[in-house]
Design a protein around this ligand. Structure first.
Ligand code: SUG
Length: 468
């Protein structure tokens, strides 16, 4: 591998990329109804899932991004069922006997340990690019996901995988998840945005939280949990060595969490110098926008090459109600800068085309003078039925050329790997999973065979616990 000096690394003249790392949807994809406050997860609880279709939809989305000329990365599914968690909870004996005991006495625990929820990689971790950090490294903090039991068991495997993919101390710095307590609830990049003029330039990071953990009398939700705390966001900004002048903290509107926006990426999405957001997304929108504008303009004073203006594209409630925003996942889209194109492209879930209010809004948006010039739609319905849209399925990692070169290239997709993955899915995934299928030890066995083969495809060795 070529070594680069840190001077070269920081050069703004270097090429830089936003690489989307999508989650490969695992073979146990099912509808467990596990996420309180996530309307789709609850309303599709215990429906029959289609794991093969789900994974193929995910791969097609990744291929579409590649066809736009973008670099596309991939993160792997986790070991499910996660029997080590069930053993921790007191179940013992052979794998088969544990599955039988749990399905008889605690089916909700079996569903939790079977969830393929690591597919939503926007919740895998928070990433800060090297241009922003005092030590000029890319920082990763695995999200503890402590609010939902089925998600709280993801972070160890996530952190391990990130260390395999970004395995170079010169460029990358890894942090384990924050302490597992409700005061430090952290949901990763789904509540984090970054504004910049170009991915390799210094940027401004926006940390969005749902509640304060230690402050009395702060505004709070009435119905659904606020998963991210201010204290967690603050800790991550410290870990990532970000300067105060480059961060803004803003509280998500509790009303909108109670309407089903359990993560901020359900009501806003950013790219470069543009913020596409619902007008009711934040508690104090005016203060947040003023601070963002002021800090963004101060990033590069006196550099005439840089634009110091931020663009806010706000969607008013009288054009798109909160209910339509949550149902259609209008904002859970990928806002992309495609190579050799002037404006930005918004890649939305099909569901937003089918919502009359949202589709009328999108028509109108394209007649307006904003950075968003084009809309495209993607079919990720299997994931959507668990509350995961196009933006949930991807983790954005801004990398310089040198950092991309230092990234494990097995995890950057090419034609060959995509075709192998499609074949792997066809070979191993069930067409359907019903809730009662989780009780069948043969399903666990099949999943392990599939994952074992996957580790060979990615040259990972004995990565999963069942292989050790
Ligand atoms: O955490 N759904 C996920 C969806 C995550 C969406 N991610 C972002 N918005 N970035 C969640 O609620 C449902 C699983 C089930 O019910 O089977 C679930 O975990």
């Amino acid at each position: 591998m070529t070594m680069h000096s840190s001077k070269e690394q920081n050069s703004s003249k270097q090429n830089s990329y936003e690489v989307n790392f999508d989650g490969l949807i695992g073979p146990s994809h099912n509808y467990g109804g596990l996420s309180h406050g996530n309307v789709a997860s609850k309303s599709n609880a215990l429906k029959i899932s289609q794991p093969r279709k789900a994974a193929l939809q995910g791969l097609e989305k990744m291929q579409a991004n590649r066809s736009f000329g973008l670099q596309q990365g991939i993160l792997l599914p986790q070991q499910r069922p996660h029997l080590p968690t069930l053993r921790k909870l007191g179940f013992s004996g052979s794998d088969k006997s544990i599955i039988q005991q749990v399905s008889n006495s605690a089916p909700e625990l079996l569903a939790s340990c079977y969830s393929a929820s690591s597919m939503w990689t926007a919740n895998a971790c928070t990433v800060s690019p090297s241009a922003d950090s005092a030590d000029h490294k890319v920082h990763f903090t695995a999200a503890n996901l402590s609010s939902m039991f089925h998600r709280s068991i993801e972070h160890q495997c996530t952190a391990k995988l990130l260390r395999v993919i970004f395995d170079n101390d010169e460029y990358f710095s890894h942090h384990d998840a924050l302490p597992m307590s409700s005061q430090f609830g952290d949901e990763g990049a789904a509540n984090h945005s970054r504004f910049t003029n170009s991915y390799g330039e210094q940027g401004l990071q926006l940390f969005v939280f749902g509640r304060y953990a230690f402050r009395q009398n702060s505004v709070a939700t009435a119905k659904f949990p606020s998963r991210q705390t201010y204290e967690a966001s603050l800790a991550i900004s410290r870990l990532h060595k970000l300067d105060e002048s480059q961060v803004v903290f803003a509280q998500q509107n509790p009303k909108i969490i109670d309407a089903g926006a359990f993560h901020n990426d359900v009501v806003s999405v950013s790219n470069l110098n543009t913020f596409f957001m619902h007008e009711e997304a934040f508690v104090d929108k005016a203060a947040m926008q003023a601070e963002l504008r002021q800090k963004f303009a101060a990033l590069a004073p006196g550099n005439p090459e840089l634009n110091s203006e931020l663009n806010f594209v706000e969607v008013p409630t009288d054009m798109v109600s909160l209910e339509s925003a949550v149902k259609s996942y209008l904002f859970n889209s990928q806002l992309l800068q495609l190579p050799n194109q002037d404006g930005m492209t918004l890649v939305l879930p099909e569901e937003s085309r089918e919502n009359a209010e949202v589709s009328a809004y999108l028509e109108w948006l394209q007649t307006q003078s904003t950075p968003i010039k084009e809309v495209k739609f993607v079919d990720v319905r299997q994931s959507m039925q668990n509350g995961g849209g196009p933006a949930c399925l991807r983790l954005r990692v801004a990398l310089t050329q040198a950092e991309l070169d230092a990234t494990n290239s097995n995890f950057i997709l090419n034609d060959d790997r995509l075709s192998k993955l499609n074949q792997w899915v066809e070979r191993h995934y069930r067409e359907e999973i019903t809730p009662s299928d989780l009780a069948d030890p043969a399903l666990a066995e099949e999943n392990f065979v599939a994952l074992d083969e996957l580790t060979q495809l990615f040259e990972l060795g004995s990565f999963y616990e069942f292989q050790q």
